[in-house]
Design a protein around this ligand. Structure first.
Ligand code: AMP
Length: 188
């Protein structure tokens, strides 16, 4: 099973991805997590990426595409994977199609978690408090910018997927269990 989880920052993609990992025995590929790990390890591209991430802008396509291209070829992805945070613009979506075709892989579903934006500010503040402010981009000012980036660059990939019949939107305003159930009903 190969899935894409879409949705604005704080919509619950990471939480739902973890549940899907357990339920379907597939792996979660979060480009944000991989970039944060590279930044923590102080690799060259990790340090470059950190500055961009802290501002809430998008890291260059070359970097994230390189990461994903390498990662989806690893043995633990053979059972399937969830792309959490990738693709984030139309160029990445197009390259993903090519990469998958080259590897003989087929995308099964794209799940988009819709939420009212007001709640995202509360959720991000809660996450910042719970993690002790671990993520420099978890604050209201950067969130405003991340939402602008989501609308201008990421949301335009939705029409790219709607025509394929693989696109499903779920209501992310309900509690975590209900959102999971709605996703399971689509996937099962
Ligand atoms: P996330 O953990 O998904 O919220 O991502 C955190 C940050 O990592 C984003 O605000 C971007 O700066 C960067 N990032 C994650 N995935 C991508 C991507 N596919 N393309 C560009 N930048 C990304």
């Amino acid at each position: 099973m190969i899935l894409i989880l879409l949705g604005p920052p704080g919509s619950g993609k990471g939480t739902q991805a973890q549940r899907l990992v357990e339920r379907y025995g597939i792996v979660q590929l979060s480009t944000g997590e991989m970039l944060r790990a590279a930044a923590a390890a102080k690799t060259d591209f990790g340090l470059q990426a950190k500055e961009v991430m802290d501002r809430g802008s998008l890291v260059s396509d070359d970097i994230v595409i390189g990461i994903i291209a390498e990662r989806i070829g690893e043995p633990d992805c053979a059972n399937g994977f969830i792309l959490d945070g990738f693709p984030r613009n139309v160029a990445q979506a197009e390259v993903l199609d090519l990469m998958m075709a080259e590897k003989g892989l087929t995308l099964d579903q794209v799940i988009c978690i819709n939420v009212d934006e007001d709640i995202l500010f509360t959720r991000i503040e809660t996450r910042a408090a719970e993690t002790g402010g671990e993520r420099a981009d978890d604050n209201a000012t950067t969130l405003r910018h991340r939402l602008d980036v989501y609308h201008s660059l990421t949301a335009p990939i939705i029409p790219y997927y709607t025509d394929s019949g693989k696109f499903f939107a779920v209501d992310g305003m309900r509690n975590i269990d209900d959102v999971s159930e709605e996703i399971y009903a689509i996937l099962d």
